[in-house]
Write a protein that binds this ligand. Sequence first.
Ligand code: GLA
Length: 724
Amino acid sequence: MVIYDSSKRVFKLDTENTSYVMGVTEEGYLGNIYYGKKADTTDLMYAMRIDEHPFTPAKLPGEKIGFMDRFPSEYPFDGTGDFHGNCINIRNHKGQEGLELKVQSHNIYTGKRKINGMPSARGEGTMSLDIVLSDKAVGAEVILTYTVYEECDIITRSARAVNVSDKEFYITKALSACLNLETDVSDILSLHGSWARERHIQRSKINYGSYVIESLRGEPGHQDHPFIALLSENCNKESGDVYAMNLVYSGNFIARVQKDQFDRVRASIGINPEHFCWKLEGGQEFEMPEVIMQYTCKGTNGMTNNFHNFFRKYILPPRWTDAERPVLINNWEATYFDFNDDKLVQIAEEASKLGIEMLVMDDGWFGHRNLDNSSLGDWYVNEEKIKGGLKKLVDRVNALGMKFGIWFEPEMISPDSDLYREHPEWALALDGREPGLCRTQYVLDFSRHEVVDYIYSRLYEILKSANIEYVKWDMNRPLAEAASLSLPADRQGEVLHRHVLALYELQERLVTDFPDLLLENCSGGGARFDAGMLYYSPQIWCSDNADPVERLMIQEGTHLIYPLSTTGTHVADSPNHVNGRVTPFDTRADVALTGTFGYELDVTRIAEEERNLIPAQIEKYKKYRHLVQTGDYYRIASFRENGRYDSYMVVSKDKDKAVLIYVQVVTDSNVLTKKLKLYGLAPDKKYNIDGVEYLGSTLMNVGYIMKPLRGDFQSVVVEINPAE
Ligand code: GLA
């Protein structure tokens, strides 16, 4: 529900359990008033506190600069007295900076406007509010859009800047949203990591000054994540305040938290202003990516449930949200570049007997690529490896009753490629300098439309040439020296954002032309696992590290925001190829159960005893596949926090069934077994676990006593059924 109370000059956006409130001052400035538990009135202007007079004069008419310094601006602008981390800055054609945005009009409507050229949440059943802010002197308008997703307790926000003058101007900063909080938030929850250990959870204290999470890599990267949550000090899994923002964007981002002189906390998020400058001609507009925002008083599990419900209903491609995903086998860790058609068919033959449903041919099937040092861009089948061509191979795999999937890295070009020899100007490069290498490759200049069209035509041809039902879209290096040889000087600051827009355009074309294609994104593992990519691909390869212990931490962080069905989780070799850890085969499978299950090993070469375990592992996965995909996920215990064990569960929406996963990472001697308090069950329902009946409230309040396990890296999957 969205209300504008004109007598109070107050906007109120209500979800089922929360309210977000803004007010317009007499002068027309838009301020943030409140975000939190549902407010029953619009009589809230007092909470903007513009009548207060501490040492700095704040009330208008008076001194504007003093006022701006204190005003809780809803969409703060640079250069006119608001000295905090602002959202927008514009340099006009005279080179001057400074904006003063005032409310011009607003519009409340049902449904939602789609953001042009970028992914955004779908809007069925929603209500939206547009507030038009304007600066007449600059000739700029900014339209703030809010959409209310009542049942998920989520509000999405985005902004677009319009040049309403007849002169060009330059947007040098364009963040999507900002939150001003006066409440007692004390902690920041964020995700950080590196290659092979993505998205570990980090909780830090908010202090005076600024805390910045950002990426300058042209993608979110392994290191940081376009998400931030502010927590009350007492916030834990079950209760406490959480204010979260997640950016639907797959490029450079910034999330900043700032605690000011009045102990107020401002959090903002959007495209990173570094290496960014967008020229806007008169009449043009610039769209900023969407932010998914929520408040909950139900702790981090409450935040997770809201995000999961929201992603499933409004972001993931509807074709795939509830559709069963095939159990796949990927040949990367099985063969690396050393394979041919017969080797792949051998793997597929063995895999099909074990119940695996799809073979994915990874890197190395095109050009003359036998190592990672050539051929990106030459998307032609290497017939020395795949004799008789792709169709023949795919037909052989299909004849075994298996689907076929293929790997691409469309955004890249190898210096050793026919494409580069023909078009050296198609790589991003600083004028007069050899582009820098990373994984022996350059990045294509996607600000050139002919490049994007050419790459799409190659993907299209390959996909049309055989019955290919899955694509793994990879991206294996960051963008640097992001300059285009084709753009004019005053548009070079657009290259990184143009790359992201072209990426979205390509994926949109792909899923439109091939509506049944299952697309899995990937970026050196999980460097581009974000809400933007999930709009096109229902699953993303979570990490190049499939070691189950590392995966506990990666998956804990990933599942904090994203539904289990979005995470590519595979069983790989032991010792693990990245960290050498030796773990039991079944533990690897149990940890991979809460994702899109698959194998990343050579089934023809693993030990007989392990191979024999595969059919039962697949059966187990299939048994819980639907529950994992549709149920509510709850974190019970975290190995990251306790250093010993990890546990989480999924409960069906009707609360009839659940599955509990427990991993004993480190064994202890002569201790009591763990008593776990479960979540999400119906308190008065009776459940059956291994023939014993429990009341839901008993399992949640008193707890469930885990079976004793012997040894490190042991796991159990506990099935919770309704009692007869
Ligand atoms: C990246 C991916 C891997 C694999 C290789 C191939 O590292 O994350 O899964 O596809 O590229 O080069």
